[in-house]
Design a protein around this ligand. Structure first.
Ligand code: ADP
Ligand code: MG
Length: 450
């Protein structure tokens, strides 16, 4: 087998496998297909956004042995769009094909306790925290971390899920019970000056390229808007990029890595790691020489890294959450009135509060202008939204059952194939028991909402 991480590149028309079929996987597979690769995605949800893009969609759980073996035997390299595949799954794949990022990198990023320990070992600053693994840890934790604090499950959380704010020892005990008495970290609630992220790519030969630092504004624990370049001092930029690079080098990381950071009283602290492209890097689709998804394909295939230079002086990205669909369909024509605005929708057939359905990007001469333009576009899409049932040629989104999928991979819209599907044959392959047609993002444990 060609090992793209020790010299021999995986070149088109080889086959790239993707664990996880959310929007991050969808864009990565679009980038792969644009470059002439064949693609296979594994995701238990028949309606997964990447399923409509991949040559083959394996509909099976991420730990399904048959599906993993099928993926390994058909793919020249396999990558991930979220951090939660088990180490066992990745090791099984790695026995027969190249896998990037590594199982170890994912193990660190999928467990806040291991992540904090790793960062501390590297001498990278993090905010005050304590680990709670048992009830007996509660008294020492509330001694070590000042209130108010945030209790976070060590595994499985995203978009602020699995987190509770606590203000007293009593609330801490209640919160730990509410989270199911699972392993948690308690973090001091910091007074954030800014949140930023560093997106970088590291090749198997150790080359690292970083994108300009991005500034992120969260609402209710979910990313709302990102602007680039971040409005921070040069010193913050230098520290942020240095910490992210140190993380990538210490993990011998191969792929695209996002590092989320806090700026507190001028100091830079690492919040968490995402071993994959990231929501805060979506602006690269419209304002960077190489977007983060094309970069991911380059790194995992052992190709030279692309330029991370911006193609506009500034860019802003605004997320479109499912809440915006609650009363009426957004008016995309109104959103696109400004020629510097671009629309991205992920092809999800069901909107729900907090679910990431798409985003808007604006470029501009400076951050203030780009931010203003993208927010005005998002507001226009709501202000001019049509009431449900109003005349429209084709609804942008219908509130439908998963069975009524419109994206081409639902029941009856594509042929079902057996496990002996030809290598390049498009379609959907079901393994094992009929999949639970979950369309709830949380149940996917994927990066659907990162
Ligand atoms: P997730 O995995 O859900 O992204 P994060 O730890 O990044 O989890 O938390 C989500 C958001 O919540 C952060 O981007 C930040 O806005 C806020 N947040 C998290 N931890 C803290 C903290 N210790 N102090 C202040 N705000 C925080
Ligand atoms: Mg986060």
């Amino acid at each position: 087998m060609t090992d793209p991480h020790s010299g021999g590149a995986v070149v088109p028309p080889s086959t790239i496998g993707m664990l996880g079929g959310g929007q991050l996987g969808r864009y990565a597979l679009m980038a792969a297909r644009q470059m002439g690769y064949r693609t296979i995605v594994l995701d238990p949800d028949p309606d997964a956004p990447a399923g409509a893009i991949a040559d083959v969609h394996l509909v099976a759980p991420y730990d399904d042995a048959n599906a993993l073996d099928h993926l390994a035997s058909r793919c020249d390299v396999v990558t991930v769009e979220f951090e939660n595949p088990s180490a066992v799954s990745l090791e099984r794949l790695a026995e027969h094909t190249a896998v990037a990022p590594s199982a170890n990198a994912l193990a660190v990023a999928q467990d806040r306790r291991l992540e904090k320990r790793f960062l501390c070992e590297q001498g990278i600053p993090v905010g005050p925290f304590a680990v709670i693994g048992a009830a007996s840890d509660l008294p020492s934790a509330d001694g070590a971390v000042p209130f108010p604090a945030i209790l976070k499950t060590t595994a499985g959380g995203y978009d602020g899920k699995g987190q509770l704010t606590v203000c007293s020892p009593g609330e801490l005990a209640d919160a730990w019970a509410e989270l199911g008495q699972v392993s948690c970290v308690l973090e001091q609630h910091l007074d954030l000056e800014r949140e930023v992220s560093v997106l970088l790519a590291r090749s198997g030969s150790g080359d690292v390229v970083a994108y300009p630092v991005t500034e992120n504004i969260h609402v209710g624990g979910i990313l709302d808007v990102s602007v680039v370049p971040a409005r921070v001092s040069d010193a913050v930029v230098v520290h942020a990029v240095a910490f992210a690079t140190r993380v990538a080098e210490a993990l011998e990381y191969v792929g695209v890595l996002a590092v989320e950071l806090f700026v507190v009283e001028g100091e830079v602290l690492v919040n968490e790691l995402a071993p994959r492209p990231h929501n805060s890097g979506h602006w690269t689709l419209d304002a960077a020489a190489t977007d983060q998804f094309a970069q991911q394909i380059r790194t995992v295939c052992g190709l030279p890294l692309g330029s991370t230079l911006m193609t506009a002086p500034a860019a802003a990205m605004a997320n479109l959450l499912g809440d915006r669909w609650s009363n009426a369909e957004p008016d995309w024509a109104a959103a696109l009135v400004d020629p510097d605005v671009r629309l991205h929708l992920y092809g999800k057939s069901r909107a729900s509060p907090g679910r990431k359905m798409g985003h808007l990007t604006a470029t501009g001469p400076d951050v203030t202008t780009a931010l203003h333009v993208v927010q005005r576009a998002r507001t226009a899409s709501e202000t001019n939204a049509r009431a449900p049932g109003a005349q429209r040629a084709r609804p942008a989104l219908r509130h439908v059952d998963a069975d009524d999928a419109t994206d081409g991979v639902g029941h009856g819209t594509r042929p079902h194939h057996d496990q002996h599907l030809a290598h390049d044959e498009p379609g959907e392959v079901a393994f094992g028991p009929a999949p639970d047609r979950r369309s709830d993002d949380a149940s996917r444990h994927s990066a659907d909402d990162e």
